[in-house]
Ligand binder design. Structure first.
Ligand code: GTP
Ligand code: MG
Length: 198
């Protein structure tokens, strides 16, 4: 499926703009700049499907990508959270959009919650994990940018992140370790997505 057609469908700045819920969805969540859009591109084996950037907060809508022709499922790139300079208004808007999407979307099969290997789990990550627990959306923690740190530090953050996952009811007890740069963990991530859509 990932070798076949994958295309950008639309951006939804609000719930009234969501595509009709006719296929399963898997969504990418995580702090701004954690590497959501990059990981989505790596998963799809494309360079510039989802727009990546060094400017935190670049993605501000829910972006939908169609996988398969005929359509089989959708990947959803979420706006990032937790960057220092975010205006209050934007944070409020984010919380409403994301919470409504997570709670109301019947076709949402799984979320991937991305955590930067260099930083580990932060309070803002715990906030979205709790939102997912409450919305009963199952999710998987995914460490990103594994190429950026030493193997010994990666081992430490992996252990800590597994411990974090095990504190949350809707989190998968195991995590994935990835790098969009080197391709580490991408086959495993694809398998996890396919498993989620059933
Ligand atoms: P927002 O849309 O602002 O929430 O950010 P995002 O989570 O979509 O992050 P994005 O994919 O745009 O990546 C942010 C920056 O990190 C970019 O400069 C990427 O090139 C870089 N980056 C992403 N993944 C990796 C990775 O695995 N390794 C390295 N070295 N850099 C990465
Ligand atoms: Mg993005």
């Amino acid at each position: 499926l990932f070798a076949g057609p994958i295309g950008f469908l639309k951006s939804a700045p609000g719930l009234e703009h969501l595509p009709s819920p006719d296929v399963p969805e898997v969504t990418f969540a995580g702090r701004s700049n954690v590497g959501k859009s990059s990981l989505l591109n790596a998963l799809a084996g494309r360079n510039a499907l989802a727009r990546t950037s060094n400017t935190p907060g670049r993605t501000q809508e829910l972006n939908f990508f169609d996988v398969g022709d005929p359509l089989v499922f959708r990947l959803v790139d979420m706006p990032g959270y937790g960057f220092a300079k975010a205006p209050k208004d934007m944070v409020r808007k984010w919380r409403f959009l994301v919470n409504d999407y997570l709670r109301g979307r019947v076709v949402l099969k799984r979320a991937l919650v991305l955590i930067d290997s260099r930083h580990g789990t932060k309070d803002v990550d715990r906030e979205i994990m709790t939102m997912l627990d409450k919305a009963a959306v199952s999710y998987r923690l995914v460490l990103t940018k594994a190429d950026k740190i030493k193997a010994s530090d990666l081992a430490t953050v992996t252990t800590a992140t597994i411990a974090e996952a095990r504190k949350h009811v809707a989190a998968h007890p195991d995590i994935l370790v990835t790098s969009s740069e080197t391709g580490l963990g991408i086959p495993e991530l694809r398998a996890a997505v396919l498993e989620a859509i059933g």
